[in-house]
Write a protein that binds this ligand. Structure first.
Ligand code: SAM
Length: 275
């Protein structure tokens, strides 16, 4: 019999968000793999959980993953926890899940707190369709490309970002996305929880020295509202998308969506217009 790998949620601020099931599973497993053992030990002490801990973070995850796999194959059960929220969401865990699945080990979720979804449900933005984008890349060039790709999706987009990078990130977001309804969800489930809602420029004005943890949400692009040109002028629509930072292929793809035709038809129409 092989063991089970549990992906176990922990609170994102408020300890009352720990679930009964999470406490039971963390007590019952043979081993807990934690991103930060010191932090997790505090949580375990609070809930009187005495299971052994092993460090499992970005730096050691490959080596430790092999050890965990051996123990799972020997029939022991292991729970993965991150510092906060769901493991494997902008946190270590995903590679271990893949390794377990590749080795026919059962993987089991223990659901609970998550910053992105907690922010989304209180944002007032569209919750039917959304795109979780996680942390933006660190380098300016990669960040710009990342934002450009996201700027044309119609879904609500959700980001994580550290407080000291927030202002700069919002400025870049505004440059690429344009003026749109934006929400900053701060310190979720904690004493200073707050939601700042407004146009992105208003929020940039409002936050001078951001403190605490933030989720950033922005409404998806409403293509029909953003681009107002006569329906028949395809090249003008393509130009508008290019001006918003899209490459030619993406601009043609978005134009094709707008006119509800294939990209080939857009290409042909452009050639015709040029003649
Ligand atoms: N695994 C976590 C989850 O399920 O939400 C996310 C971990 S990620 C390393 C940390 C980021 O999540 C923070 O930089 C912040 O953007 C967001 N975050 C975590 N806790 C938060 C909270 N209480 N309020 C607002 N944002 C939070």
């Amino acid at each position: 019999m092989q063991g089970i790998l549990y992906l176990c949620a922990t609170p994102i601020g408020n300890l009352e968000d720990m679930t009964f099931r999470a406490i039971r599973i963390l007590r019952e497993v043979n081993l807990i793999a934690a991103e930060d053992t010191r932090r997790t030990r505090k949580l375990l002490t609070h809930f009187e959980i005495h299971t052994p801990l092993i460090r499992f973070d970005e730096n050691c995850k490959e080596k430790v993953a092999e050890k965990i796999l051996e123990r799972l194959q020997a029939g022991e059960s292991v729970a993965v926890v991150s510092d906060a929220g769901l493991p494997a969401i902008s946190d270590p865990g995903a590679d271990l899940v893949k390794l377990a699945i590749d080795n026919d080990i059962k993987v089991c979720p223990i659901p609970g707190a998550n910053a992105a979804l907690s922010a989304l449900i209180c944002s007032g933005l569209d919750t039917k369709k959304f795109l979780f984008a996680g942390f933006p890349p660190k380098t300016k060039k990669n960040r710009r490309e990342f934002l450009q790709k996201l700027s044309t999706v119609e879904e609500t987009v959700i980001f994580y970002e550290a407080p000291h990078r927030l202002k700069n990130f919002l400025e870049e977001l505004s440059e690429v996305f344009g003026e749109r309804q934006t929400v900053l969800a701060r310190e979720l489930t904690k004493v200073h929880e707050e939601f700042l809602r407004g146009k992105i420029s208003e929020l940039i004005e409002k936050i001078s020295e951001p403190r605490g943890e933030f989720v950033i949400l922005i409404e998806g692009q409403k293509i029909s509202e953003v681009i107002e040109v006569p329906e028949e002028n395809i090249s003008e629509v393509v130009e508008k998308f290019l001006a918003r930072g899209l490459d030619k292929k993406s601009a043609m793809r978005e134009t094709a969506k707008r006119f509800n035709v294939s990209r080939r038809e857009i290409y042909n129409a452009l050639i015709k217009e040029q003649k």
